[in-house]
Design a protein around this ligand. Structure first.
Ligand SMILES: [Zn+2]
Length: 294
C-alpha cells in the first residue's frame, strides 16, 4: 500500500518527510497541514506514557486511536475534530507509528475513521478523565468491501435519483458513540450508497468528457468508475458532491496526465454547480470550498 511517496512499513523522518513537504504542527501526535488535504496521526511511545492504549482490536479489523489532550476531558477540537470530520472534509488520514529507538515513523497505511467512542483514560497526572477513541479501518478494507458488495447488494437499485441523492448526502458523517463493529459495516454501506448515487447521476455518460461509457458490465450496467475529486485515493466513503462517475480514460488522465490537475478542477466545479442547482444542498464550508476552487 502506498500513498504518494509513503510505502507501508517503510520508515520516515518526521521533519524531513512530513514537515518539510507538507508543513503542519511540529508538536503533538496529530498533524493537520493547512495547505494539503491530509492528516498525519502518530501512535507510539508517548501515547502509552499518557495512558493511551492505541492498537488493533483482537480481530485485527479496527485500529483504536486515542485522541489528543494531555489533561482534562478530551474535546472535539483541533486534531480530534480533524480526525472525526476527515471524510466529510475530504482529508486523507495517514497513520504512523513512532519507533522506540530511532524515533523514526513507520507508515501503517491510510485509514478511515468509522466512528468515535468515549472511554475513561488517565491523563498525564494519572487522573481519570473522559477520553476519545477513534475507530480506524484501513482504507483498502473498505475498497474490498466496495467490490464485494457491488454484485450482492441491490437493495437501493429500485430508488430514483432524488431518493439516492438524499441517502448519499447523509453518508459522509462519522458515527458518534458507535461501537467499531457496527460502524465498519455501516461505512461499507455508506460508500456503496454514494457510489450508486454518483453512477445514477452520470446515467451512463462520463461526467468528465461526456462520452458514453465504453462498455457494459456483466450485469448490463454502463461501466464508469467513481472518482474522488478532492482526495488522492479513490477508496472509502466521501461526500457525493465530491465524487464523479468517469470513464476509465478520463480517470487515468486525471491521476496520471500532464493536464490531470486542471481537468480535475474543472470537473469538480461542474459537479458542484450541478449539485447546487439540482439538489439545493447546503454550501460546503470555506476551507472545503477553497480547496476545490484553488
Ligand atoms: Zn471520460
Amino acid at each position: 500500500m502506498t500513498f504518494g511517496n509513503f510505502v507501508r512499513d517503510h520508515r520516515y523522518n518526521r521533519r524531513r518527510d512530513l514537515h518539510d513537504p507538507y508543513g503542519g504542527q511540529r508538536q503533538g501526535g496529530i498533524i493537520t497541514p493547512s495547505k494539503h488535504p491530509v492528516i498525519f496521526a502518530i501512535t507510539g511511545e508517548s501515547g502509552v506514557q499518557h495512558g493511551y492504549l492505541d492498537g488493533w482490536t483482537e480481530d485485527g479489523q479496527v485500529f483504536r486511536y486515542f485522541g489528543e489532550g494531555q489533561e482534562g476531558d478530551m474535546t472535539f477540537t483541533s486534531g480530534n475534530k480533524a480526525i472525526r470530520d476527515h471524510v466529510a472534509e475530504g482529508e486523507d488520514l495517514l497513520l504512523f507509528q513512532k519507533q522506540h529507538r530511532s524515533g523514526m515513523l513507520r507508515f501503517l497505511g491510510q485509514f478511515v475513521c468509522v466512528s468515535t467512542t468515549r472511554e475513561l483514560t488517565p491523563d498525564r497526572h494519572g487522573n481519570m478523565r473522559n477520553g476519545i477513541v477513534f475507530n480506524l479501518v484501513p482504507v483498502e478494507a473498505l475498497q474490498e468491501a466496495d467490490a464485494a458488495e457491488t454484485e450482492a447488494d441491490h437493495s437501493a437499485s429500485g430508488l430514483d435519483l432524488a431518493a439516492l441523492r438524499s441517502a448519499a448526502m447523509g453518508a459522509a458523517s462519522t458515527g458518534e458513540e458507535e461501537p467499531a463493529e457496527g460502524a465498519r459495516r455501516r461505512v461499507y454501506q455508506r460508500s456503496e450508497v454514494v457510489r450508486r448515487y454518483v453512477l445514477a447521476r452520470a446515467a451512463g455518460i462520463c461526467e468528465c468528457c461526456k462520452s458514453p461509457a465504453p462498455f457494459l458490465r456483466t450485469n448490463g450496467e454502463p461501466y464508469l468508475e467513481p472518482h474522488h475529486i478532492r482526495r488522492v485515493s479513490d477508496g472509502g466513503p466521501d461526500d457525493p458532491r465530491y465524487v464523479a462517475g468517469v470513464c476509465p480514460t478520463c480517470h487515468r488522465r486525471i491521476h496520471h496526465g500532464a493536464d490531470g490537475k486542471d481537468i480535475n478542477e474543472a470537473l469538480g466545479e461542474a459537479i458542484l454547480r450541478f449539485e447546487y442547482a439540482v439538489a439545493s444542498v447546503e454550501p460546503p464550508n470555506q476551507t472545503t470550498r477553497k480547496r476545490v476552487m484553488a
